[in-house]
Design a protein. Structure first.
Ligand code: XLS
Ligand code: CA
Ligand code: CA
Length: 439
């Protein structure tokens, strides 16, 4: 049988004592943490685009990646080889899910009809591979940002023909996601936003984006797609001002257009940091508002102001993220998708394994630390105590909507000097350290 990564066997859990590099130190899929196995908590997914189509080029340099399918010239044959390689890769790594854009997996044709035919042919192969391996589709999406016609956006384009084309593309992508039993469908379009207000009708662009999403949700229902629909916030890049800036902006948009019961959010770590937030802030905001649907697990670089999409290896970040996921009751039907790429200088095929192993281990370790922290109740009991003035007296009346400014004024005039408590940040950070270092 053809093998794309013959130098790698199935990656096993060997524990931190092992010096085998192609093994997990912390990720043991069968290990039970609380009420679920690690595999059930983490629901890892490989991003097809970064792992199988990224070539390592940047504005200053040529492609660097060396891939086993590089020499196949026919685009359809190359696409098929990528798909077969992807399933071998995910099987060896023991990752249960993958995500893809329509245009990652199949080459474009000369017309939309021909492009759709190419996609159908590749999707048939993906279907076959899904049956053969223990790997499923976490989410599908339509790529509405590469082609020149999307220069001004998809659903927010000033040109109605582009809107229609974007709709046709999403329709097809929903069809194939449904055919492959995808559990979610993501909408991220980095060109829906604007470069300058001088040429922009912001009101119409926002209304049209909402119209587009409503039609997409209706179509999903028509074809019996019962997966979760997700918006993915990002503040900028490629567009200067993107409409889905962050979780709060995306949530406000969903509420304004009455779409919040049909869409949840796919929160990405690197997009959080680009928006000037921490990853855990975005997760907390989405969770608190009942729209934490799925996660793109990667990280940025604090010194670089762009979307570096690195593998997540910072255990503090993964601990705080898993804390939010656990408090959310898990992510199902979402998951942790590695929207991450190996660095341009990590160009050997084996680096793809190292990148994913590093990310999976960091999240497994973060899961254990977060679980221990949740179980201990050390943070929750502190927080409960901090807000206990709302449990009785005037605080209770505030929370129950049972008071007004007249009464609050009387209460304030009667109150002796107010004594507020310390926030104890440093103490709590040392509690966190204890769980990160010894979960
Ligand atoms: C780009 C986004 C994109 C989405 C899917 O920055 O992260 O890859 O996740 O279109
Ligand atoms: Ca993403
Ligand atoms: Ca990104």
């Amino acid at each position: 049988m053809e093998e794309f990564f013959p130098e790698v066997d199935r990656i096993a859990y060997e524990g931190p004592e092992s010096d085998e590099a192609l093994a997990f130190d912390y990720y043991d899929p069968e290990e039970v943490v609380g009420d679920r196995t690690m595999a059930e908590h983490l629901r890892f997914s490989v991003a097809f685009w970064h792992t199988f189509t990224e070539d390592g080029s940047d504005p200053f340099g040529a492609p660097t990646m060396r891939r086993p399918w590089d020499d196949i010239e026919d685009p359809m044959e190359q696409a098929k080889a990528r798909v077969r390689a992807a399933f071998e890769f995910m099987d060896k790594l023991g990752v249960p899910y993958f995500c893809f854009h329509d245009r990652d997996v199949a080459p474009r044709g000369d017309s939309l009809a021909e492009t759709n035919e190419n996609l159908e042919e590749i999707v048939a192969l993906i279907e076959e591979q899904i049956e053969r391996y223990d790997v499923e589709l976490l989410w599908g999406t339509a790529q509405l940002f590469y082609e020149p016609k999307y220069v001004h956006g998809g659903a927010s384009s000033p040109d109605a023909d582009v809107f229609a084309h974007a709709a046709a593309q999403v329709k097809k992508a929903l069809d194939v996601t449904e055919r492959l039993d995808g559990e979610n469908f993501v909408f991220w379009n980095g060109r829906d936003g604007y470069e300058t207000l001088l040429n922009t009708d912001m009101g119409l662009e926002l209304d049209n984006t909402a119209r587009f999403l409503r039609m997409a949700a209706d179509y999903a229902e028509d074809i019996g797609f019962d997966g979760q629909l997700l918006l993915e916030p990002k503040p900028e890049e490629p567009t200067k001002h993107q409409y889905d800036f962050d979780a709060a902006t995306a949530f406000a948009f969903l509420r304004k257009y009455d779409l919040d019961d049909r869409f949840a959010l796919n929160v990405e770590a690197n997009h959080a940091t680009l928006a000037g937030h921490t990853f855990e802030h975005e997760l907390r905001y989405a969770r608190t508002n009942g729209v934490l649907g799925s996660v793109d697990a990667n990280r940025g670089d604090k010194l670089l102001g762009w979307d570096t999409d690195q593998f997540p290896t910072d255990v503090y970040a993964t601990t705080l993220a898993m804390y939010e996921v656990l408090e959310n009751g898990g992510l199902t039907p979402g998951g942790l998708n590695f929207d991450a790429k190996v660095r341009r200088a990590s160009f050997e095929p084996i680096d793809l394994f190292y990148g994913h192993i590093a990310g999976m281990d960091a999240f497994a370790r973060g899961l254990k630390a977060a679980h221990a922290l949740v179980e201990s109740g050390e943070l929750t009991s502190f927080v409960e105590e901090r807000y206990e003035s709302y449990q009785e007296g005037i605080g209770r009346k505030i929370v129950e909507g049972d008071t007004d400014f007249e009464e609050l004024n009387r209460h304030a005039l009667d109150t002796k000097p107010i004594e507020v408590g310390s926030g104890r940040q440093e103490r709590l950070e040392s509690v966190l350290n204890r769980y990160v270092l010894e979960p």
